[in-house]
Design a protein around this ligand. Structure first.
Ligand code: NAD
Length: 474
């Protein structure tokens, strides 16, 4: 289903999903598992096509990164959901306080209905399909609006989803921002958005019209804090890989470094040798992803120019000293040293292979610098003893944290993934994802003989006496 921002087809599709949901409001375990199996088969059977489509959309995107960061992640998410689905679906009895006895209490987990997912371009399969895993596991019907910046991948998703799912079960709607706007205005029972903070605000406004519950997975500036005792040589490859996977076009990539001033030179040297080992060349290297399009390339080049003009030292890590033509959109990993807060690279999310290195003298100052910015999606810290790690965890607020490495907290389905403050709200992965698309219904069961009548009017002494007892039981 593509290209009709007018909303007729979109509206019809939504109505069909709503009808289908109403006809089956509580899909069984077998139905849900079958949907997950079809999704797994879709990823498996189309691996080569998905890898090729993403590569064509980016220019260069290593097959290995697509297979690991997109396809494997989706498959692992499906496996985890499949293994745990029966338990997640169960309703639970919860304790009932003495003053409500002999009543009983349960939480019933129920699909919300028709869900919408809007996804970005940077991991165009994983960020589209992982929320779908959660939505389908939770028993919803779901519509997906993937990014227009990866048109080949989005068209492929539309085609392969259409071949394995009924349109009233799971369907893909392609198009740009106008389609996204029409999409976000639909009265979904849950809307799940991954993308920029700016568009996230628009989505929140549109969802508010229908009081549609929302998960917002946004971006921001994720710091990498280097403690004074950190082993710079050991951390450099981990920091470099976290930054340069997908050429830095990763929502949880370390955005900037906070390092003690006297470690900066050693850090630059260690990062340079890591980059040389990881990417001996850049231009013809199939392992080094290109920037998604000319606009983003120009945006990143402008971040470097702005920093340089304002006095930053620019260190381009181009191990082969190659000429990198703009049209190939390969941007050399670039360190910005001596940065200041008025530089665009220290204000905006970078989303590319540029790494500013800011400095601190005391740990308190480092914490203050992190807290002076909007709450980040991720926080990384290298080195430090147990008490300082604890202080960092308690004194800063970030979506998620990885110690002594980058990115990995994203990969454990048992950990909730999501932002906080400007980096979004709500979370997914594993059971958190299932719950994002689930209504937890509170159920209280009153037995035939319950003493609640003792609290009925007319209010006299009996009421006061009973309330006095209740207070003691509470
Ligand atoms: P984007 O916000 O420009 O677009 C995301 C999606 O929203 C696309 O499908 C787009 O078509 C749609 N869209 C655009 N304008 C819209 C509107 N007005 N109404 C409705 N939909 C609209 O983001 P992007 O450039 O594709 O992705 C990059 C951003 O996403 C970065 O900020 C990054 O940090 C963030 N991101 C966050 C996560 C996360 O998990 N938290 C993951 C990846 C990317």
């Amino acid at each position: 289903m593509s290209g009709n921002p007018g909303g007729d087809t979109l509206g019809a599709l939504f109505a069909a999903q709503r009808m289908a949901f109403d006809a089956e409001r509580n899909p069984s375990f077998a139905v849900r598992r079958d949907r997950l199996d079809r999704l797994a088969a879709l990823v498996d059977a189309n691996e080569a096509e998905l890898v090729a489509a993403i590569a064509a959309d980016f220019g260069v995107r290593p097959a290995q990164e697509t297979r690991l960061a997109e396809l494997f992640m989706v498959t692992a998410g499906i496996r985890h959901a499949r293994r745990n689905l029966r338990r997640w679906m169960r309703s639970r009895s919860v304790p009932t306080p003495l003053y409500l006895r002999p009543g009983g209490s349960r939480i019933v987990r129920q699909p919300r209905g028709v869900a919408g997912v809007i996804s970005p371009w940077n991991y165009p399969v994983q960020l589209a399909l992982l929320p779908i895993v959660a939505a389908l596991a939770a028993g919803n019907r779901v519509l997906l609006k993937p990014s227009e910046l990866t048109p080949k991948t989005s068209a492929l998703l539309e085609r392969i989803v259409g071949s394995r799912f009924a349109a009233d079960e799971f369907a893909v709607v392609t198009g740009g921002a106008e389609v996204g706007q029409a999409f976000a205005r639909l009265p979904f029972d849950h809307l799940f958005f991954t993308g920029s903070t700016r568009v996230g605000r628009e989505i929140a406004r549109a969802a508010a019209e229908n009081l549609t519950p929302l998960t917002l997975e946004l971006g921001g500036k994720s710091p990498a804090l280097i403690h004074a005792d950190a082993d710079v040589e050991a951390l450099a490859p981990r920091l470099a890989v976290g930054k340069l996977l997908n050429a830095g076009q990763t929502c949880i990539a370390p955005d900037y470094v906070l390092a003690p001033a006297d470690r900066v030179d050693a850090l630059i040297e260690a990062l340079a040798s890591s980059v040389a080992a990881l990417y001996p060349q850049l231009g013809a290297n199939p392992d080094y992803t290109s920037i998604i399009n000319d606009r983003h390339y120009a945006r990143l080049a402008a971040l470097i120019d702005d920093a340089e003009a304002k006095g930053a030292r620019v260190v381009r890590l181009n191990p082969g000293n190659e000429f990198l033509p703009e049209r190939a959109r390969k941007l050399a990993p670039t360190l910005l040293v001596d940065v200041r807060d008025d530089m665009a690279a220290m204000r905006e999310e970078i989303f590319g292979p540029i790494l500013p290195i800011d400095t601190y003298t005391t740990f308190d100052e480092a914490i203050a610098k992190i807290n002076a910015r909007p709450r980040p999606l991720a926080l990384y810290a290298f080195g430090g003893d147990a008490p300082s790690r604890l202080r960092l965890l308690q004194q800063t607020i970030a979506g998620g944290v990885t110690f002594d490495d980058t990115l990995w907290h994203f990969c454990n389905e048992e950990l909730p993934f999501g932002g906080v403050g400007a980096s979004g709200y709500g979370a997914y992965h594993g059971e958190r994802g299932f719950l994002a698309f689930t209504h937890e219904k509170a159920v209280f069961m009153q037995p035939r003989f319950a003493p609640t009548w003792l609290l009925y009017p007319p209010y006299r002494k009996r009421f006061d006496a009973v309330l006095k007892i209740l207070k003691q039981l509470a």
